[in-house]
Design a protein around this ligand. Structure first.
Ligand code: PBG
Length: 332
């Protein structure tokens, strides 16, 4: 018996490596793709700025002035992004977050500006939540005893939805995790003849330490936490339940947030619903990678693309990411 007749020495009959021999072959058999049109760029616009202001904890991300915001959305449209998600930071906050419903409030003005600038070239979306506008920093209105009052908040959300729709938004993104918010917002939109305005529901939104840098990005005044409305990190089944409820209430798309520490929830929600699923690659996920790259500890660009691929592979159809514009450039 020659050596070649010994099966142990002939080698494996099945060789998955064969499909990895050339870049063209690897590309051809790639299961997961990331394309610019699947990416949404979150943008911050701050009242009273005449220059963009850097966000210290998110290197490369800024609070925009009204005019620098327009440059950013033009670039996003040229790069073929799917859309932008707008967040407004008012100069004055109050207990009711009245800047959120004011037609001349920073976010509502920004919506009109952006839609006027890019038209249908981008999906223009807006955060529908009170936390940027309240002096206590909570996503909802407080009752006399200081708790977040679910049903009182719903009334404010309905008004905010009407204001954003009136400003011209394509899609509202309720992110406050109040029970019944999607149904109330859908009804408010329909009654005000905004039946075409869609809802991207932040359905499974977890109380996360990774939101840290965002709190600086929006000058949050929150003390304490959001654990009475955002979900507990251990609960995946509940995330699916929240997503199913939102679909029932009329959500056109659902979202899981954060993304990276919750990729299992992204997969479970993707398998459970029949609407598009988005995932939000949040501030802390951005800043951790940027910080490590700045130290020279990881190779930044491949790490960005690998991150976005992982979120897509988990099942997200759409990814909100602060790297959207840069990733689109890398993917060209
Ligand atoms: C609430 C909202 C938050 C984020 C998006 N919408 C903050 C929070 O819930 O505390 C976080 C986004 C990020 O961290 O990138 N309006």
């Amino acid at each position: 018996m020659s050596e070649l007749d010994d099966p142990a020495l002939v080698g494996p009959a099945v060789r998955p490596r064969r499909l990895r021999t050339t870049a063209a072959l690897r590309r051809m058999v790639s299961e997961t793709i990331v394309r610019p049109h699947q990416l949404v760029l979150p943008l911050f616009v701050r009242e009273g700025l005449d220059q963009p202001r850097p966000i210290r904890s998110m290197p490369g991300v800024v609070q925009h002035s009204r005019s620098s915001l327009l440059a950013a959305v033009n670039e996003a449209a040229e790069l073929g992004l799917g859309g932008v998600m707008l967040f407004g930071i008012p100069e004055h906050k109050d207990a009711n977050g009245s800047g959120a419903v004011d037609p001349a409030g920073v976010l509502n003005l920004a919506i009109t500006d952006v839609v006027g600038e890019v038209g249908d070239a981008l999906t223009v979306m807006s955060d529908l939540c009170l936390d940027e506008f309240t002096d206590h920093g909570h996503c909802g209105l407080l009752s006399a005893d200081g708790r977040v009052d679910n049903d009182k908040t719903l009334v404010a959300y309905a008004e905010m939805a009407r204001a954003q729709a009136h400003a011209g938004v394509n899609t509202v993104g309720p992110s406050g995790m109040m029970d019944g918010q999607v149904a109330v917002i859908r009804a408010a939109l329909d009654e005000s003849e905004h039946t075409d305005v869609s809802i991207l529901a932040y359905s499974a939104k977890y109380a996360s330490a990774f939101y840290g840098p965002f709190r600086e990005a929006v000058d949050s005044s929150l003390e304490g936490d959001r654990r009475t409305y955002q979900q507990d990190a251990g609960n995946a089944r509940e995330g699916v339940r929240e997503a199913l409820l939102d679909v029932e209430e009329g959500a056109d798309m659902v979202m899981v947030k954060p993304a990276l520490a919750y990729l299992d929830v992204v997969r479970r929600v993707r398998d459970a619903v029949d609407v598009p699923v988005a995932a939000y690659n949040i501030s802390g996920e951005y800043s951790m990678l940027e910080a490590a790259a700045a130290q020279g500890w990881i190779d930044r660009e491949p790490a960005i693309l690998e991150t976005l691929t992982s979120i897509r592979r988990a099942g997200a159809d759409v990814v909100l990411t602060y790297w959207a514009a840069e990733a689109a450039r890398l993917l060209r």
